[in-house]
Design a protein around this ligand. Sequence first.
Ligand SMILES: *Cc1c(COP(=O)(O)O)cnc(C)c1O
Length: 389
Amino acid sequence: MKQAYLDNSATTPVDSRVAEAMQPFLKESFGNPSSVHSTGQTVRVAVEHARSQVAALIGARDDEIFFTSGGTEADNWAIKGAAWARSDKGNHIITSSIEHHAVIESCEYLAKHGFEVTFLPVDRYGKVAPGDVEKAITPKTILISIMHANNEIGTIQPVAEIGRIARQHGILFHVDAVQTTGHLPVNVGDLNADLLSMSGHKLYGPKGIGALYIKKGVRIDSLLSGGSQERHKRPGTENVPGIVGFGKAAEIAMAEMNDETEKITALRDRLAAELLERIPDATLNGHPSERLPNNVNISFQYVEGESLVLHLDFEAISASTGSACSSSSLEPSHVLLACGRLAEEAHGSIRFSLGKFNDDEDIDRVIETLPGIVKKLRAMSPLAPGAVK
Ligand SMILES: *Cc1c(COP(=O)(O)O)cnc(C)c1O
């Protein structure tokens, strides 16, 4: 049986056109793009072509794209690099309580080194209020970091408006757009972003490659010391196959995003509606409409998300309890807790994240198997009503 892969927010399968584009750079085109000879210079051309492909996807200039080892590095660099570069102007950072761990932990690191961080609350749908951002600003605020869309519950934030507020106050604005780039229109101008993080493996590209958009004229410190790669800002010999693959993935996303979104939204809506109808005591997490087109996150009372994931896997369905990064810890999701869910509700949640390779059969399999799994687990649960105490 083909695995119904519904964990595309953790990572996406590599598009075969991407793998094909990378192939020469794993073997015959092995040159170092910094070398002066032609072996290096042909590779340099490929790296710069990929940079244009990524820049085009987000409406940036080519020289505003800096390749990194992924979304995590881009987030770390944006936040720590901006903080250190502006530490003479102030020490206050504003972010939200539902950011990706790469953002939250970078902020917590800075909090240990003399910076002050405000973690804004969210409403029950996981949305940050722009008014709260404005109220949190002090004369010492140097950076605001708010994600475009949440990786666990899919809620899309009013980033353009928050960016406008940041710009009015002369504060740098960073957007973690790892979940939206290549899936929804992302334009750095429209979002008023100074810094924006992306990752290749979330848009059908390879793992271990990402990029940080740095708006022309914005200066942030480098995290690494070394050579002059990436215009002296991010040293280290380039991950050429990764960069070429990321570029190809960006080009494909740009051409095919609209059709894909339409198809994925239809599958997603059917999945959410059927599950909520067939299974009692189930609540949709995240915003009812302002959410990623591929995300369904539901809390089922009286069951554990981990058990659901394992039972679904027996039925050849890959789903997750939330984020891949925290699934090995037993802590309830910080995102669901911030939305006001109780710890037991947070524990009983499951995320289905769809992708362009899903079809009706995948959705049918979930709709047919999950109600039975939930029923069986509830029958064994000491928490369920009617359970023998
Ligand atoms: C996956 C993810 C990241 C981390 O990206 P990696 O390339 O896996 O390091 C950061 N932010 C969000 C919102 C993500 O979904």
